[in-house]
Design a protein around this ligand. Sequence first.
Ligand SMILES: Cc1ncc(COP(=O)(O)O)c(C=O)c1O
Length: 437
Amino acid sequence: VEPIENEAIRRHSPTLWAALSPLGRRVRYPKDIPFQAAEARGSAFNGTIGQITDGRGAPIPLPLVERALAGLEDADRGAALLYSPVAGLPAVREAWRRWQRRGVPDGLVSGLPLVTVGLTHGLSLAADLFAGEGRAVAVAEPFWGNYRQTFATRTGADLRSAPAYRDGAYNPLFVEEALADLPDGEPALAIVNLPSNPGGYSPVSAERRDLVASLAREAERRPLVVICDDAYSGLVYEVGVPAESLFWSLIDLHPALVPIKVDGATKELSLFGGRVGFLTFPFAADSEVAQALDSKVMCLLRATLGSPVATAQIVLLQALREEGVAAEVETVRTRLAARYRVLRTALGKLDGSKVRALPFNSGCFALLELSPEIDAERVRRHLLAEHDTGLVALGGRYLRIAFCSVRKEDLPELVRRIVRGVAEVASAGSLERAGSR
Ligand SMILES: Cc1ncc(COP(=O)(O)O)c(C=O)c1O
């Protein structure tokens, strides 16, 4: 039987309908236990859900567990110990919506974010809904490697990349380039991750205009779902670099383009272990299409995780409720900005003969590009073995520095070790080449 949600999506967003995967078309939130339990919430006699309570809706925790949550108000402690609704705790969804929409004009419509278990889970839900066997997914190369697992390995989607940088500068046309060979009319996904991992880059205003225009041109050719991976949202360190999510610029841009926002507390609120992420669609929360999409997401979430983690949501809520949260987030940003500036200065001194820094201005990373004859993996292993220095090697010729996890004072020495290590690997390589001649 076809889910009734499909009709709403077909009617209100033909773009999303065209882009839905076979799995995305199949799923709808079942009217089983969590649904029936939600309907019965507050009844005098509630014998719905298999959750151990005192008979009045409060949990019966082990005292050892309760002690760990001792600082919480009773209501929060209760919520932390019981099941979360499948879509997330309403207070957390509302609070995150306010957080996301700081400074966003009321005219830009977005729904109530659905809670996910970290951003990876938000991405995998988007992949389940819109990817699938053969579906084209445009990404900028180099990209966060887990996109391969999430989209291609799991669903069979066809990851198509185009360079993130050209001639040492950001390439805002990567989506159009990546999809150039895809026949007109065929739906596609694009992942736009700003600030980027591994690049640590956010387009400056002119580049961002080009990026938006390019996405609109691509939507002339096909239904296009753009997944805005906002993992590093807000971590911008240069004036003149737009810090607001691209999601807001894409709403109502073109009828054949639907943006989806994937964000969360992991990096934005420096709550890595909490695993609280969000998935947001550009439709009013009470609209038929938003409810149809919520039903599909909730079905997938219920089928895999049961429900999202209540305890972590309550921890996040303690922060989101307070006026001071923005100032505390700003303190973290300022600390990273100081590291960024030290690293930018140190990398600015590279002569560029064997290794050069690609432009970076935001996020947690800087990306180094090695000369073609030097193998990044070999440099990585050499730095680890001889210089007590760990970096990530990517795509054969890139090294990623996570300056978010190195002390400011240590960054100049880190760069000196990289320069030394690269030179050593390069000279060993040229000796080997001479020897084999
Ligand atoms: C670009 C990008 N997206 C998503 C994620 C996943 O975030 P989470 O740890 O919340 O799953 C990461 C984490 O490193 C990331 O770098």
